[in-house]
Ligand binder design. Sequence first.
Ligand SMILES: [Fe+2]
Ligand SMILES: [Fe+2]
Length: 135
Amino acid sequence: METEDIIKMLNEDFVHELEATMIYSYNSFIIEDCEASRLSEAISVDEMRHMWWLADLIVKRGGKPTMEHTELDFGNDDLKGQMMRQIEIETEGIERYNHQVEVIDDPEVVGVLKHIIDEEKRHRKEFKMIMEKLD
Ligand SMILES: [Fe+2]
Ligand SMILES: [Fe+2]
């Protein structure tokens, strides 16, 4: 795989991490349930850390991270809707990273992406635990 194509993929990831950072932090401001709000806040910080890791990989390979995010979808304006949306974001991320570790042949990139996958799985599990308490 050409470096240019790897940078392109990493930038798609970077934008998704940026969107997750903004969605989780915004939701943490408006969620009234204390546990769900604090969890969303803490995980938004993890997503920003993922941005740093990806930006580091992008810049090292001669690229520039892009901040051009799409329209943000925060989920419906209740806790269940917000958690459903956040679980969906984690699942989409896990699927995208799983595909990328199969097709990217750069060991440093694959190592970082695998680490991110582990964290996204933990995030999804933690959001699901909030959901279970709602039912
Ligand atoms: Fe992430
Ligand atoms: Fe995550």
